[in-house]
Design a protein around this ligand. Sequence first.
Ligand code: GCU
Length: 340
Amino acid sequence: MKKHTLALTAAFSVLALAACGNGSDSSGSTAGGGGGGGADMRLALNQTEEHPSFIALDNFGQKLAEDTDDRYSIEVYPNEELGAQAEALQYVGDGSVDLAIVSGTQLENLNADFAAFNMPGAFDSVEHQMEVIHDEEIVGDLYTSLEESNNVTVLGGFTQGTRSIYSDKEIRTPEDMAGMKIRVQESPLHIGMIEAMGGSATPMAFGEVYTALQSGVLDGAENNEVSFFTQKHFEVAPVYSRTNHLVGLDYLIINTDVLEGMSEEDRQAFLDAWTTAHEEHTQLWAEATDKAIADAEAGGATFVDVDAEAFAGAIAPLQEEFLTTDSQKALFDAARAAAK
Ligand code: GCU
């Protein structure tokens, strides 16, 4: 499977790494080289170094190096240094980057089945979400579905926690969002979601949101408390209105050739270290959320409750509108069946 692309991928990796001046690869050992020889792998992330995702991934890299006697290591590049998620997804496919964290909204553009887990109401809690998305029986086919088409394997994920709307004014009802330009991730479902919630959806990469809020290109955005604080969005859109419209989801993706190129022993060490990493992320998440709320409040942000019933009613029709195929419905139903 795809072996013919290995040499090309490896060559491209070397060129791309050299172009980026990445000194850590001076060993000449690059991912995608195959043969189980090992590699210094590069991971693209769009969060800051204080974000739980960076912390868990950095520890992941260290554990992997220890457990493989330094045959494999991971360098995490935060803050979109290797590109925004849409680019990072392409780079992982072409092998110029080995690993990335991308939101489920990005994968929905490659395989519409991913929309099932981007749907409001799919998950009741972080724990429920983590159980579903690491259940091989539910996600096995989904996670390998991009291998032939995109050379990308999905390994599982991190929660994005509960997402809400923020702007410079209180939002209590869908009517309050009328005429407001709200940044949304680049996903048909989430564009539809913001429109259903009463706003005007503006899709945009994560790293552009601060400036767009500041300059008035946007009137608001939607995210979890951790990103609201770590991206400093609270400085320019200080009122966080708890619409709690969905529990969002990030995935770890890897170049399929890189994964296949590992020896069985190293691949097992890699997968075990990843399990430790996503479990650590889940543990860090609740505390990081509490801290982000406290820190944002100390910086002048306010958190307000909304008319939850009005928003629930507004987004209810999304399921019928956006989950139209049997496979989408089966994934959504499997998620719901696993709810306690
Ligand atoms: C969260 C999520 C990111 C995503 C971002 C966004 O912060 O963890 O992966 O890119 O939301 O809204 O774009």
